[in-house]
Design a protein around this ligand. Structure first.
Ligand code: GLU
Length: 310
């Protein structure tokens, strides 16, 4: 771990930022300031269909409006696909990843109605392509058949037997409460097996969220990952991938989610009004920050995350 704590906010430019993103970004800025660390911005734009390049400028405008300053260069994942492909190929060469030709429908059918599900709710992969003869695999790839790459979970766990765990840190107080303390840390048991043979590289790009996030956190020297509780289960898989790839494991804090009036996560609800629309309607950044539990930004000349201890 580098001496300076380093955090990142890592939005996907699939849509405009809303209150949930603002809360996550503010948590990151707040904790970075408390730790005396720096906050980086990473654009997670591996999805060639859903990512919209024009949204990157909008994201930067929203974050600047919120009063959040970022250190260093912005990292755009789409510029690093070759690095992710190299990691995928390493896993494959180690016998830890295999090509999968199944469509979603085929997986649903093969898994059956009562199939066990992964933490995202998808049926656990029933293993159809895990044992295909190598000659068939070569022929299908040579014939241009689309395929994902899946982690060979059983072998991965045999190679890196558990118990698996990651370090979870809790800042002193959440929702923007101020504290000079450095928080607490504890080991949390991880159960990567609940993801089954997870997709580590998609059909259309040589990576997946899971693979690129662990690589980028390592490449960027991230020491503290602060993200929503909706990604808590993914950390189990990330912990295993880090061990397989020889990467350091950052500390994690999974913050609560901002819910709408119906108790739905904002990302999935129609009430997720974009920050740009709030701004256009005359809302001040101070008011949104206060609503989310954070004090007004400290702007001119302070640099860093722009927050100050009282
Ligand atoms: N790009 C992810 C998202 O927007 C966040 C990934 C992470 O923080 O690990 O939900």
């Amino acid at each position: 771990m580098s001496a300076t704590p380093r955090l990142r906010f890592a939005p996907s430019p699939n849509g405009l930022l809303h209150r949930g993103h603002a809360y996550s970004a503010l948590c990151n800025a707040d904790i970075a300031a408390r730790l005396g660390g720096e906050l980086l911005l990473r654009i997670e734009d591996i999805d060639p269909v859903r990512s919209r390049p024009e949204l990157v400028a909008a994201i930067r405008d929203d974050l600047a409006w919120l009063g959040i300053a970022f250190a260093g260069e912005i990292r755009r994942q789409s510029a690093h696909l070759a690095d992710y492909a190299a990691a995928r190929d390493r896993l494959a060469a180690d016998g830890l990843a295999y090509p999968c030709f199944c469509s979603r429908g085929a997986i649903r059918a093969a898994a059956g109605e009562g199939a066990a599900r992964d933490p995202d709710g998808a049926p656990l992969y029933p293993g159809t392509c895990r044992t295909l003869p190598p000659a068939e695999v070569r022929a299908r790839i040579a014939g241009g058949e689309p395929h994902t790459w899946r982690l060979r979970m059983g072998r991965a766990l045999a190679r890196r037997p558990g118990p698996h765990a990651y370090a979870a840190f809790a800042p002193d107080g959440d929702r923007g409460t101020r504290s000079t303390g450095r928080g607490t840390c504890r080991d949390v048991a991880a159960d990567p097996a609940r993801w089954g043979d997870a997709v580590i590289a998609r059909r259309d790009v040589p990576t997946s969220y899971h693979l690129s996030v662990v690589l980028d956190d390592a490449i960027q020297g991230i020491t503290h990952v602060v993200r929503g509780r909706d990604l808590e289960a993914a950390t189990d898989l990330h912990t295993l991938l880090q061990r397989l790839l020889g990467l350091p494991g950052p500390r994690y804090h999974h913050h609560g989610l901002i819910l709408d009036a119906q108790g739905e996560k904002l990302a999935k609800s129609r009430a997720s009004t974009p920050l740009a629309a709030l701004r256009a309607a005359g809302m001040r950044a101070e008011d949104l920050r206060a609503e989310l539990g954070f004090p007004p930004p400290v702007r001119a000349g302070l640099g860093g995350a722009g927050l100050r201890e009282p």
